[in-house]
Design a protein around this ligand. Structure first.
Ligand code: GTP
Ligand code: SPV
Ligand code: MN
Length: 593
């Protein structure tokens, strides 16, 4: 190892953090086992019952550290305008100084691990190399699952290769000194005083979305918060789809869906390519191609059961790290809406004794698992893992889907009229907050392309980048919007969701190929009555109406709200998006009269 850029940087960071020693992660099974043993001996990790859960570990984060902290996440560009109103901003000098105070001596008595990792297959021209320095074994073990990590990445980096400099320290886990800082102009990430997933697995949201979106803007590609999946039809043809939903809105579930009986009987098959992040480029053939840069799943545990997501359940049976779920007394794990009967008692995510049926002072059930508790599992263990994960150029996209969690207003599915309208549809996405974010659950917030928390630069420029890309694509994929979460008067989901979502994907693919007619509405194209395969579902005519109802008055209100939202981007907002707003209002008004 003779990369002086790397060696000098490590030396400098070690002088600041003062670790007792430095250990290089080589990616070997032996080193991994040793680290597991050490973390088990200190209580950082708990070994689960190895008969039931071979190779599985359990971890609890601090109770004030259970989801990404967007309010403590900053983009530190020289000019504030370049970070945009979509980001918290701090001047780089101030950010380095303030975090530097927290890093100073933060690793005393601890080991600094050096994790060389590649996002995307090692050696692919599209992959990006990062080096994460961390004082957490939990982070090392997660990164070994989520990324391609170890010596082979150093070989690839060579003596003069550049890399994203990722520095993490748990420090004191003090939430008043917690900072997640991105310096896109320096290709650097600093994260301190947190131990939670998205804040500390720096290859994930920090590198593969915030830094990568910035690189993509400059290099002409897109880094998106999207799942990637293949739908194989009975002839063996596979159509690939990428879909952006906000956190905890169904990406993992859709990516691993099990076809309903009427589809599997005919030979339909699903292939999972990715469940969270897509890097998208224009191919030589004029189509868009997508790569999942990760090599594992960091998925939401609650709600995962053999009905909702049997493929996830199979994926996490071994070699998996569980975070903040309930631990039973016999070394097993459980979560709300999980598999099998609830245990009578156990240790809850916050370390407190938990009994089945416990309620809080408001009489509400006390959950055993945190609603944002997660599993970390290797991609290859997914029974429907696509071999295309290893393909350097990825898979060609037939359709792009945007979607949010909206109990009202938004129909089950509609298709944008063209690329610009599709970009408008993505840019005006809103969704109800979930446990994956701090904030009031259920509050509707704007989340363009599900990237509001993850776009590493001014979102006005990001919209411009999307529009410009559209001009270059000879064969653009169709753009669609879905909403699995519309509710009826009894507060129940109208659409059964999960595996049944294939029925919607089926329509989307048929539309993308120009094989079926649709009904034109002011919002976009929707299925004709009878155009959706609802065989075997209990959805009658009035149910169909309820799923596709478009309330013109409310949509005019939504359009006005979108204008207000757009106004924050000032002169950086592409005029095309305001035009789309005007077109939508016109269509809604003329349909009304
Ligand atoms: P992140 O990992 O945070 O980015 O989340 P994600 O988008 O991958 O979400 P995930 O698939 O883990 O789903 C989150 C929650 O949504 C779970 O509680 C699911 O049970 C629920 N969910 C997923 N798909 C559907 C659906 O089609 N219908 C309904 N009603 N709920 C769903
Ligand atoms: C999300 O919140 O969108 C996640 C989990 O996928 S985390 O890695 O914590 O960001
Ligand atoms: Mn996510």
């Amino acid at each position: 190892m003779n990369n002086s850029l790397l060696l000098n940087w490590i030396k400098e960071m070690a002088q600041m953090c003062k670790p007792e020693k430095i250990v290089w992660i080589d990616g070997s099974r032996e080193q991994q086992a040793e680290l597991e043993k050490e973390a088990i001996s200190t209580g950082e990790l708990i070994q689960l019952n190895q008969e039931k859960w071979p190779g599985c570990l359990y971890h609890r984060t601090a109770v004030n550290d259970v989801a990404r902290t967007e309010n403590l996440t900053f983009i530190c560009t020289r000019n504030k305008e370049d970070a945009g109103s979509n980001n918290n901003w701090m001047a780089p000098e101030k950010a380095y100084r303030q975090a530097g105070e927290y890093f100073k001596g933060s690793m005393q008595g601890r080991t600094m691990y050096v994790i060389p990792f590649s996002m995307g297959p090692v050696g692919s021209p599209f992959s990006k190399i990062g080096i994460e320095l961390t004082d957490s074994i939990y982070v090392v073990l997660n990164m070994l699952i989520m990324t391609r990590a170890g010596s082979k990445v150093l070989n690839e980096l060579g003596d003069d290769g550049d890399f994203t400099r990722c520095l993490h320290s748990k420090a004191e886990l003090d939430d008043k000194k917690r900072l997640i800082l991105h310096f896109p102009e320096d290709n650097t990430i600093w994260s301190v005083n947190s131990g939670y997933g998205g804040n500390v697995l720096l290859g994930k949201k920090c590198l593969s979305l915030r830094i990568a979106s910035y690189l993509g803007k400059h290099e002409g590609w897109l880094a998106e918060h999207m799942l990637i999946m293949g739908v194989e039809d009975p002839t063996g043809n596979i159509d690939y789809i990428a879909a952006a939903f906000p956190s905890a809105c169904g990406k993992t579930n859709l990516a691993m869906l099990v076809p309903p009986e009427s589809y599997s009987a005919r030979g339909y098959k699903i292939w999972t390519v990715g469940d969270d992040i897509a890097w998208i480029r224009l191919g030589d053939d004029g189509r868009l191609w997508a790569v999942n840069p990760e090599s594992g799943f960091f998925g939401v545990a609650p709600g995962t059961n053999s009905q909702s997501n049997p493929n996830a359940l199979e994926t996490i049976r071994r070699n998996t790290i569980f975070t903040n779920v309930l631990l039973t007394d016999d070394g097993s794990v459980w979560w709300e809406k999980g598999e099998g009967p609830a245990p009578l008692e156990g240790t809850a995510w916050d370390g407190r004794r938990w009994k089945w049926g416990m309620t809080d002072e408001d009489g509400l059930p006390v959950p055993g698992a945190h609603p944002n508790s997660r599993f970390t599992a290797p991609f290859k263990q997914c029974p429907i893992a696509s071999p295309e994960l290893e393909s350097p150029k990825g898979v060609p996209l037939s359709a792009i889907i945007f979607g949010g969690r909206r109990s009202e207003l938004v129909p089950l599915v509609f298709e944008a009229f063209d690329w610009n309208h599709g970009v408008y549809t993505g840019a005006t996405m809103s969704s109800e907050l979930t446990a994956a974010q701090y904030g009031k659950l259920g509050k509707v917030r704007h989340d363009p392309m599900a990237m509001m928390p993850f776009c590493g630069y001014n979102m006005g420029d990001y919209f411009r980048h999307w529009l410009d890309l559209g001009k270059k694509i000879k064969n653009p994929p169709g753009i669609f919007h879905v909403n699995w979460f519309r509710k009826d008067a009894d507060d129940k989901f109208i659409w059964p969701g999960f595996g049944e979502n294939l029925r919607i994907l089926d329509w989307i693919i048929q539309r993308a190929k120009g094989r079926v007619k649709a009904v034109e509405t002011p919002l976009g194209y929707i299925p004709e009555p009878g155009g959706l395969n609802l065989e075997g579902l209990r959805i009658d005519n009035s149910g169909f109406q309820a799923l596709f109802e478009i309330d013109r008055e409310k949509w005019l209100g939504e359009a006005a709200d979108n204008r207000r939202f757009f106004s924050q981007f000032g002169s950086r907002l592409p005029k095309e998006l305001l035009d789309e707003c005007t077109f939508l209002e016109k269509r809604m008004r003329s349909a009304r009269s």
